[in-house]
Design a protein around this ligand. Structure first.
Ligand SMILES: [Mg+2]
Length: 376
């Protein structure tokens, strides 16, 4: 029997608008370059007055998703959700999945996040408690994108100065240049934990070639993410076996079925969980499938503000046991348009500061809107 909803938990309104943010510098990966963030912002208001915010970050260099398609899908679905009960959060997130379909990961993420945030604000509970409350903070790495070695060394020094001890290095275009970039980063400080991410730019042959070169230079990466095309699971397995390095599946694991298959086949040792690949509920389930089957976990994202990154931090902290946290993209923005919990000293997201929901919201009311009186 469905529980009778208190009127205050019903969805009163749901809006989606562009969230365009200028970047400090381009974000260059094997699949292409991003020079401007074209995300979306969803706002959900419940009848009892609680307001929740969600962010969608379509990234065409990753999976060809776009802002226009995300906004159109959200606007089509919004009317169908008005009147639904936000206290039935899991079934409501399942309905969001069904309405938006598997192609609209960023739209699913934005809407699911806004509903979870509204739920948390209504009950005055931070989201990390919804996900299990395992930890109250996570520490992120910082990424060095595909830039020349000299710029990579300078970037690594800036990262070390932030107190961050894990650096993720984007590679996947040219083995020689990639080797030079990794060596330059490694030279910034002894003992740095280095993660490589080829974003499918390599096949296993080039990945193993790079690992051999790095080994000769005395460099052993702690993780090699997506060293082969997303469907080349044999390639992932070969890089682990012959390269003697833990491999992370990012593009290769985009839904529950992929996670279940990876749990059975063990071609990678770690899965990168991203809200934008599939939405909040499916990312949550993927993380639990991985935990239950002994696969390692990474929390990642596309190019997101503190809102979506904060939500991912709650998910990772709540479930606990994520060995890799990659939630640094607010650093790429000319100005983060959000206030609240953020990437802080040492790459730390202090989630104790979030009193309800994600604990992050837009810094200024959306254009033309009346200032809201919702609580953090
Ligand atoms: Mg990746």
């Amino acid at each position: 029997m469905r529980p009778v909803a208190a009127a205050g938990s019903r969805i009163e309104s749901l809006t989606a608008e562009p969230l365009d943010v200028a970047m400090k510098e381009p974000f260059e990966i094997a699949g292409g370059s991003t020079t401007r963030v074209r995300n979306v912002l969803v706002k959900v208001r419940l009848r009892g007055g609680a307001v929740g915010y969600g962010e969608g970050a379509p990234l065409s260099a990753f999976n060809h998703d776009t802002q226009a398609a995300t906004l159109a899908a959200l606007r089509r679905s919004a009317a169908k959700l008005v009147g639904e009960d936000c206290d039935r959060l899991r079934p409501l997130l399942a309905r969001v999945e069904e309405l938006l379909g598997p192609e609209r990961g960023a739209a699913r993420a934005a809407l699911g996040m806004a509903l979870a945030d509204a739920w948390g604000r209504r009950h005055r509970l931070p989201l990390r408690l919804l996900f299990g409350g395992a930890q109250d903070q996570v520490r992120s790495d910082v990424t060095v994108t595909i830039v020349p070695a000299r710029a990579a060394r300078a970037a690594a020094r800036r990262i070390v100065a932030l107190g961050v001890d894990t650096i993720k290095i984007k590679i996947g275009r040219d083995v020689e240049e990639d080797e030079a970039r990794v060596r330059a980063v490694a030279s910034a400080r002894r003992g740095l934990r280095l993660l490589l991410d080829a974003n499918q730019g390599y096949g296993p042959r080039q990945a193993l070639q790079l690992l051999r070169r790095l080994r000769r230079a005395g460099i052993a990466p702690a993780l090699f993410e997506q060293p082969a095309a997303k469907d080349d699971w044999r390639g992932l397995s070969d890089v682990h076996r012959f390269g003697r390095v833990p491999v992370a599946a990012d593009e290769s694991v985009a839904n529950r079925q992929d996670a279940l298959r990876m749990a059975a086949k063990r071609c990678a040792q770690v899965v990168n969980v991203k809200l934008m690949k599939c939405g909040l509920l499916e990312a949550w389930d993927i993380a639990l499938i991985c935990r239950a089957s002994g696969l390692g976990l990474m929390a990642g994202g596309m190019i997101e503000t503190s809102l979506a990154m904060g939500c991912a931090a709650h998910l990772a902290a709540g479930i606990g046991g994520f060995d890799f946290i990659d939630l640094d993209t607010p650093l790429w923005l000319a100005r983060d348009p959000m206030t609240g919990v953020r990437f802080g000293a040492g790459g730390c997201y202090e989630l104790r500061k979030a009193k309800a929901g994600i604990g992050v919201r837009p810094g200024a009311p959306p254009r033309g809107a009346v200032a809201s009186n919702d609580t953090e």
